[in-house]
Design a protein around this ligand. Sequence first.
Ligand code: PLP
Length: 411
Amino acid sequence: MLVGASGMYYRSDDGRDILDGTAGLWCVNAGHGRREIASAVAAQLQELDYAPSFQLGHPLAFRFAERLAEIAPPGLDRIFFTGSGSESVDTALKIALAYQRAIGQGTRTRLIGRERGYHGVGFGGISVGGLVNNRRAFATLHGVDHLRHTHDPSRNLFCDGLPEHGVELADDLERLVQLHGAETIAAVIVEPVAGSTGVLLPPRGYLKRLREIASRHGILLIFDEVITGFGRLGSPFAAQHFDVIPDIITSAKALTNGAIPMGAVFTSRGVHEGLMQGPEAAIELFHGYTYSGHPAACAAGLASLDIYRDEGLFTRAAELQEHWQRNLLSLRTAPHVADIRAMGLVAAIELSPRHGDPGSRGFEVFSRCFEKGLLVRANGDTIALSPPLIITRDEIDQLTQMLSDVLKVTP
Ligand code: PLP
């Protein structure tokens, strides 16, 4: 049980400080307990606690959208607020379908995801997602297909940087076009760096090629940046880091530094204008949430953006990347380590599973780390790391040492 948090540390109910190696759940990028955010939220709740976003608005939502547009990749400056990453994904998919219909491409109803992708837990998200346990107990949408995933341990183990092999996997989109017909496909959605499946980095050139194929066939490209948004890779968004500009970006998590639930979908001007063709008084997109643009969330988001800007956190992961990679890759000789993937301030240590008992080794490492004073995330047998971006070099060293100690003694 966690009962408190400040800076880089959680406090457990037995009174121990736990170094946060996961930024909560990939969301507390500026570290815990930020007074600026708490004060902004408290002040906002006293001034305007809630305002409906249907037919009405409030200034903070527009101010926040304008500030987000300033850090967005070029042209993606039209913003729709949601309450979470899952809502952002379902919103993005619905925008894609509605846009295609509005521009006279109504046969484009198919959505393409990718194996091992995670896009939250809404019906849209699990349908384009590619994690079997999130899908098998539920009905998923029809008319969805998947690209192959990009993990290729036979060619890309212990990469120092992006995987060298696998750019051709982007041609899978071309294959699906040949199979289904481009005129049936509305959008393709991928995580630029797949997070929840165990941090899979895109092969060098893969995202650019995906962009080219999607553009050539009139397919919208959606980057799910719920994890990679707000500085995780060393630039505000992965799109800027990889220099690949999608048509739509989904975000959430670090949008408010994790303090208040909120998500945001960024769309290009073209997508926005394509949709906004109705008469002035008509609703163009029948979609929205009670808590879209919630005033307290906007206040938290604006305060978070100030911190990210003032403390240089959008680029800090780029400054620390070399130290981070070197430290983590030093664990390659630890027992049971099958692969290590690291970039920006995100990493995965993949452990070989115990015979007949997959996931148990990862969970034991997670538990032992917690006992030792380090929070990591276990995705099956993969240990995922994504610390707050305020982490120091010393703290990276401590994190690595604790992990090394635990790996040495975990059978
Ligand atoms: N998309 C990605 C890439 C995610 O990693 C997540 C959550 O981890 C989501 C969507 C869903 O976000 P939420 O849990 O806020 O609904």
